[in-house]
Design a protein. Structure first.
Length: 232
């Protein structure tokens, strides 16, 4: 079970999450209470535990800006909001691949973000998953909010989307997000059988500041739920 702790704003929080077992850390380069600068992340990354993946989260950024940030901060990958539902967005994924390959950063991973209505399952999710999964390394499924490109911190209809996401297992790396916390991540893993999970608000003490005990509990609950599902 791949676990990403997103919205990190300082080295102590990021390092603690990695040491607690997070597979990946996210840094927001878009308007947000959790926004960080290229310089801040560039100073943090060298002091993180070896092996943890580091992702830049971007909204409406150009390919050139994204590539420059990835290379200067030595990031493992990018998470792109507002791209997976459109052909234009998916073309950005291909453009980024060409940039990374040209700069010998071929291992850089790309996560495209899909949005679902909070109260009802989007019937088109299956087709969107297939399209985005054909271009990106993974697809993050989050809840949609009018006027907000980032996450809402609210869960979408997991039960309604379960069959579609489970049907994508083995074909698309699906990352579940939206309203996750230490108390319900086990339910999400059991219901959706995702490749990974992603959390921000569910492990915070305040916007941009992590609650270390909640981070530890979230990671443990997610990984335990996957192990339990595997032995059933």
């Amino acid at each position: 079970m791949w676990v990403k702790i997103c919205g990190n704003t300082n080295l102590d929080d990021a390092r603690h999450a990695a040491e607690a077992g997070a597979d990946a850390l996210g840094f927001v380069f878009a308007p947000s209470p959790r926004r960080v600068t290229l310089e801040e992340v560039r100073r943090m990354v060298p002091f993180l535990p070896a092996g943890v993946e580091t992702y830049g989260i971007f909204v409406d950024a150009s390919a050139e800006e994204i590539v420059r940030t990835v290379l200067e901060c030595n990031l493992s990958g990018v998470q792109l909001h507002g791209v997976a539902e459109s052909g234009t967005g998916l073309r950005l994924v291909e453009t980024l691949r060409r940039h990374f390959l040209a700069r010998h950063a071929e291992r850089t991973k790309i996560v495209a973000v899909l949005k679902c209505e909070v109260q009802s399952f989007d019937e088109d999710l299956g087709a969107q998953l297939e399209a985005a999964g054909g271009s990106a390394d993974a697809v993050l499924v989050d809840s949609r909010s009018a006027g907000r490109a980032g996450g809402t911190g609210k869960r979408w209809d997991w039960a309604a989307g379960s069959a579609t996401l489970r049907g994508a297992f083995g074909k698309v790396r699906v990352i579940a997000a939206g309203g996750l916390d230490p108390m319900n991540v086990g339910e999400a893993v059991q219901t959706l059988s995702p490749w990974g999970v992603d959390v921000v608000t569910g492990v915070e003490a305040a916007p941009g500041r992590k609650d270390w005990k909640r981070v530890e509990a979230f990671i443990a609950s997610a990984k335990e739920a996957r192990l339990a599902a595997a032995v059933q």
